[in-house]
Design a binder for this molecule. Structure first.
Ligand code: GUN
Length: 303
């Protein structure tokens, strides 16, 4: 029986998109600056196509310029770098996102490194990783940023809480650790080689699951009353064997939701938790980049 309250990321993201849209209206009305986001997709990966379509639609709905560059999967590294450089030089474009994964012939690190850090709305450039690590203003990766906003909205002051992050990726785990350190949490970053992961997780007031393994984190790994943020988006066969045999799938997180909801104080569902926050934060980052490019102080979208 569920005792946890459900953290409605979808609803929170909708209010964040509204706030960014209002700030964008003001930026256009007061300064004649329309934030512009360029999304680049190479190839036909079906999941990427869906993400990119959603990003484009939400960006336009928020009143921003939205350009999508669709390149064939035979695109060379030189062609992609040339596009990135032309977007770096375009004053009407304030944010650049190159959708991952990229085809094998392209060196993703080289492409991400070629994006102007001040237009890097994914926050993946080493300069932005460095700024986050030392507490300078920069652009913060969208998924951990959205997760931190949900936590602050739910818990208020996070000072002194023990946060355990399962996963050490550059995109989620490491920047999440930096954000929670900045909120005065005690942070443990756990990963696949950590000893006694269940016991580590049970010591968490805040548990962030970002491992990419369906339902790996079980209910008895969770401290009663803890706040659980499930970053996982894993496609698995349908629970109904007949539908599974027809190839039907469903999406689950890294946390066994029903078990965890019986123990946790609050938990994000999958879908409808962290996922929608990622796009909302992409828009917030694009707005922030457009303000800074013009020497303006962006309004804060903090909780
Ligand atoms: N592919 C899946 N998620 C993301 C993301 O947040 N940014 C980029 N660039 N590619 C992705």
């Amino acid at each position: 029986m569920a005792r946890a309250s459900i953290i409605d990321g979808k609803a929170f993201a909708a209010t964040l998109v509204d706030r960014v849209a209002r700030a964008t209206d003001d930026l256009i009305a007061d300064h004649g600056i329309k934030p512009g986001l360029a999304v680049v997709i190479v190839g036909e990966d079906p999941a990427s196509q869906i993400y990119v379509r959603n990003k484009g639609e939400t960006t336009a709905r928020a009143g921003m310029r939205s350009d999508t560059h669709r390149l064939p999967d035979t695109t060379t590294q030189a062609d992609l770098l040339a596009l990135v450089r032309s977007l770096n030089a375009d004053p009407g474009i304030h944010g650049i996102l190159v959708q991952l994964p990229l085809p094998a012939q392209i060196d993703a690190a080289a492409v991400l490194g070629a994006i102007d850090p001040d237009k890097d709305v994914d926050g993946f450039h080493v300069v932005n990783a460095g700024r986050l690590a030392v507490g300078l203003p920069g652009l913060v990766p969208c998924t951990p940023l959205g997760s931190a906003l949900l936590l602050k909205d739910r818990l208020g002051d996070l000072s002194g809480l023990h946060a355990v992050i399962v996963g050490r990726s550059n995109i989620v785990g490491k920047p999440m650790a930096q954000l929670l350190l900045a909120e005065n949490c005690t942070v443990t970053v756990a990963h696949s080689r950590s000893r006694d992961l269940p016991a580590l997780c049970r010591s968490a007031d805040i548990l962030v699951a970002a491992v990419g393994r369906p339902e790996m984190i079980r209910g008895d790994w969770i401290k009663p009353g803890a706040t659980v943020i499930d970053v996982g988006i894993n496609r698995v066969p349908s629970a109904d064997p007949v539908k599974a045999a027809e190839g039907k799938t469903r999406v689950v997180g890294d946390v066994a939701f029903a078990e965890a909801a019986a123990v946790a104080g609050a938990i994000t569902p999958v879908p409808g938790g962290v996922g929608p926050m990622t796009i909302a934060c992409l828009l917030a980052n694009t707005y922030v980049a457009a303000c800074r490019a013009n020497g303006l102080e962006p309004s804060s979208f903090d909780a």
